[in-house]
Design a protein around this ligand. Structure first.
Ligand code: ADP
Length: 616
């Protein structure tokens, strides 16, 4: 299976330079996505970020001007307050701008992250809907999917916020540094040896943290699985009666403890390095500050310069810490962004490229030399299958478990493409038939049919929701046809009864659910009906009721029926017998019995089972 990684690649085994390059690629991709989500908000946020970034330096300069003016006034023993006024007003104005840009930035960032949340979560769902069934069955894809789902929208928004935060801190840092360097260039010399190693350490740590999380994906899926087993409704009874809770909880705890211990170690390393940095940078700043004070004492710099140095130095220290921390957290979030990219770049194998529509919809199927192996597996499940089904014909697929019946039905529904050979629908290769057309012509009841948490009416309407969701009369007509009308009318709120126990109060038996699934299949005006064990959960009476009307219900539709019940199978016009992925016999029930082949053997076994007395 082709799970394409993103062009920037997954960030797993990468050098430091490679990480920075990937970070930039991710940043460009993320910014494009953000821009397309809301260009106005991006412009607003950027504008206020720049403003916020410049304010500390502006305020420091205003303070310097004020102090120098004040010292000058005092020297001159003048009482002309008007010299100070412009500086005071400037400081006041800048403080207001700073406060307003802080608030506006927070508000716009919040809005942008809400927009992104919506866009990304819906993008993930829409993209998942385009992917083939084969992807959902492949555990490697589950890991990619799990990673894409892991709070990706939040990570994405956080990525942008940290990028903006870094941008803001860099502007602050550069502008404050410019002021400080003018006063005392020495500061660069003492600061660089402390800050640069800390920056590299933080970036490395973020990468380690991400790789740890990445390597946990499968284990995380296990923990989620244990939680589902222990808290989900479907297996509650079995888990309780087998007393599996202590065992499952213990397995869950083992994995979570492993995660906790790894995190503990990372936090410790971060704490130790952070503490060193804080102490050393404080020493560096104070040493430089002391030097500036000495120079002021000798008259080399002004009192205003000392004041600005004190203010700007503490601002610089905090913006330096912010730059380093937000860069490292941007790296971490960017790695999650690359997960999203990886997921969104997966292309469905099944492409509906040409989109042809047959001249008439008759429901004619032809398989020519079809071979098939499930993606990601080795064993050939279908070998050299060839047959034709005429329009309106009812064909049963018979064979032992694992013979390939369901697989063949899935290939006809184009849930997979054959590896070799072709399947045509009304004379056109399935690969060329339009997706919308094929789906509109197909009705089905699969073995693992859905039990929708929805009203009884909607459970049927989902069969053709665009037509039926708002047309109760049509739904009732389908229910009458499928013989579920009486069952539904006996429910507490009739067609409005909410089925299932997750949101509703009315649970159905397996057989009742199956009847609803059959009704849903009949709701479609399809020319081809695929029924995979449609009566497996039905009792004899229900099956009899359904099949006594079978002919009428299926009238004009081509039907492919998979069943282990010979009473059902014998009603088909033709029976195809599969054995280990090969088509070995075909004919009517009578013809096949007369052949005394595989079908006859299966029939005899079935008959003997039904008539043999129960074991002593
Ligand atoms: P039948 O419907 O005749 O009981 P299936 O078509 O379900 O048989 O299965 C045929 C073979 O394909 C079996 O050996 C089964 O293990 C394998 N198989 C079925 N589904 C999958 C799948 N999703 N992935 C891999 N192998 C599968």
């Amino acid at each position: 299976m082709a799970i394409h990684s993103n062009p920037a690649g997954s960030t797993a085994d990468r050098s430091f330079k490679g990480t920075v390059r990937a970070l930039l690629t991710d940043m460009v991709w993320a910014l494009k996505l953000t821009w397309s989500t809301s260009a106005r908000l991006v412009v607003g946020v950027t504008l206020f970020t720049v403003l916020r970034g410049l304010m500390p330096a502006g305020l420091a300069l205003a303070a310097r001007g004020l102090i120098n003016a004040l010292v000058g006034t005092m020297h001159r023993k003048s009482d002309d307050f008007s010299i100070l006024l412009p500086w005071l007003l400037l400081g006041f104005g800048l403080a207001i701008v700073q406060a307003v840009s802080d608030m506006s930035n927070r508000y716009l960032t919040q809005r942008l992250s809400d927009e992104l949340n919506l866009t990304i979560t819906t993008d993930i769902l829409s993209h998942a809907a385009t992917l083939d069934v084969a992807f959902f069955e492949d555990h490697r894809f589950h890991d990619v999917m799990e990673r894409a789902k892991q709070n990706t929208a939040q990570h994405f928004a956080q990525f942008l916020i940290t990028i903006l935060g870094t941008f803001n801190s860099v502007i602050q840092m550069v502008s404050l540094l410019a002021i400080l360097v003018v006063t005392e260039p020495f500061i660069l010399l003492v600061l660089a040896p402390v800050a640069i190693p800390f920056l590299i350490f933080q970036l490395r740590l973020s990468k380690v943290r991400y790789l740890k999380e990445q390597s946990r994906t499968t284990k995380r899926r296990w923990t989620n699985y244990f939680v589902r087993l222990l808290t989900g409704p479907h297996l509650a009874a079995e888990v309780k009666l087998l007393d599996l809770a202590p065992l499952l909880t213990d397995r869950y705890r083992t994995l979570m403890t492993e995660f906790r211990d790894q995190d503990h170690e990372l936090h410790r390393r971060s704490f130790v390095a952070g503490s060193w940095f804080v102490v050393l940078s404080t020493v560096a700043f104070y040493a430089t500050f002391a030097w500036v004070v000495v120079r002021a004492f000798r008259g080399a710099v002004t009192v205003g310069d000392v004041a600005i140095f004190a203010g700007a130095a503490s601002g610089l220290r905090s913006s330096l810490v912010n730059v380093i921390l937000s860069m490292s957290s941007a790296v971490e979030h960017a790695l999650y962004v690359s997960n999203l990219q990886e997921f969104l770049s997966i292309k469905p194998r099944i492409q509906y490229a040409s989109g042809l529509i047959p001249a008439s919809s008759r429901g004619e199927i032809e398989c020519r030399n079809v071979f098939f192996t499930y993606p990601g597996t080795e064993r050939t499940v279908l070998s050299d299958i060839s047959f034709q089904i005429k329009p309106g014909e009812a064909v049963a697929l018979v064979g032992e478990n694992g013979a390939g019946k369901t697989t063949l039905a899935k290939l006809i529904a184009r849930l997979y493409d054959p590896d070799k050979g072709s399947i045509t629908f009304d004379g056109i290769d399935l690969r060329d038939v339009s997706a919308a057309y094929l789906h509109s012509q197909l009705a089905f009841v699969f073995q693992g049919f859905a039990r929708y948490e929805a009203t009884a009416a909607d459970n049927i309407a989902y069969g053709d929701w665009r037509r039926l969701l708002l047309d109760r009369d049509a739904v009732e007509q389908v229910a009458r046809h499928a013989k579920v009308e009486e069952m539904i009318e006996e429910m507490p709120q009739s067609y409005d009864t909410m089925l299932g126990r997750a949101f509703g109060e009315y649970e159905l038996s397996a057989g009742q659910w199956q009847k609803i699934a059959v009704a849903r299949a009949f709701a479609r005006n399809a020319s081809l009906l695929i029924l995979d064990e449609p009566t497996a959960s039905l009792d004899a009476r229900a099956e009899y009721e359904l099949f006594s009307r079978f002919r009428e219900l299926l009238k004009g539709r081509t039907t492919i029926l998979i069943s282990h019940r010979f009473s059902t199978v014998s009603m088909a016009d033709r029976i195809l017998v599969l054995d280990q992925g090969r088509l070995i016999e075909q004919g009517t029930h009578r013809e096949l019995l007369a052949q005394h082949g595989h079908y006859a053997t299966l029939y005899d076994l079935h008959g003997r089972q039904m008539s043999s007395p129960p074991p002593e």
